[in-house]
Design a binder for this molecule. Structure first.
Ligand SMILES: [Zn+2]
Length: 220
């Protein structure tokens, strides 16, 4: 899953206003942020196979450290500690912040579960899980858009605009994310080069997080 992960970021921000939407955007993609460099470093493995699914050519046959349930849980616990003892140390509700950031990291696995082919390990090898929505291109596009709209709706319902721009910026941003996903699924050619794939993935994750941070400044 790509932009659909941000639904969890919007929803968690709607639930707990003291969280940073920008940081949540990084948290929900954190295991992917690790995955691409891990593949480049030879720690995890991805093979490009033409028409592997209807939406991409990724055969991710070995990635337990980032996409195993136990692996994702490990990173989410790490985020919990980082926030509790670090970033949120001075905050009154640091426990809640730490738990919510951990939930954001963990949400990635459950969102991936919907679309991935059975390639997500529980721990290391078999059994591997995945409902395989990636075999259906339009369904993949639709589910990501629906999730995003639900997350956005909850965020808008639970926050208020502080300037005029606050009324529509988040909506424009979500439409932009869905447009990027449209390009990704329907327009851009399949990627066959791991280095350029890593660069474009990481750039988009960090760019989206920066935009989210900016957009969120207009709502309280
Ligand atoms: Zn992923």
């Amino acid at each position: 899953m790509f932009v659909g992960h941000y639904a969890a970021a919007f929803a968690l921000k709607g639930k707990e206003k003291s969280l940073s939407l920008g940081a949540l955007f990084l948290a929900v993609q954190f295991v992917d942020i690790l995955f691409f460099p891990f593949v480049l470093a030879g720690i995890e493995h991805l093979k490009f196979e033409e028409h592997y699914t209807a939406v991409n050519n990724f055969n991710m046959y070995f990635y337990p450290f980032t996409h195993g349930f136990a692996g994702t849980l490990f990173w989410s616990v790490l985020w919990c500690f980082l926030y509790y003892y670090g970033f949120a140390k001075a905050k009154k509700n640091r426990k809640k912040i730490a738990i919510f950031m951990a939930l954001a990291v963990l949400s990635h696995w459950f969102a991936d579960l919907i679309v991935h082919t059975p390639d997500l390990p529980i721990v290391y090898g078999e059994p591997k899980l995945g409902f395989g929505l990636w075999h259906y291109k339009f369904a993949t596009f639709a589910i990501e858009a629906i999730l995003l709209f639900l997350g956005l709706y909850y965020y808008l319902k639970n926050t208020k605009p502080i300037k005029k721009a606050g009324k529509y910026l988040a909506i424009v941003f979500v439409l932009f994310l869905i447009f990027i996903n449209y390009l990704n699924l329907y327009v851009l050619p399949e990627n066959k080069d791991m280095v350029s794939l890593t660069i474009s993935a990481l750039l988009s994750y960090f760019l989206f997080a920066l935009i989210a941070k900016y957009v969120d400044k207009f709502r309280v």
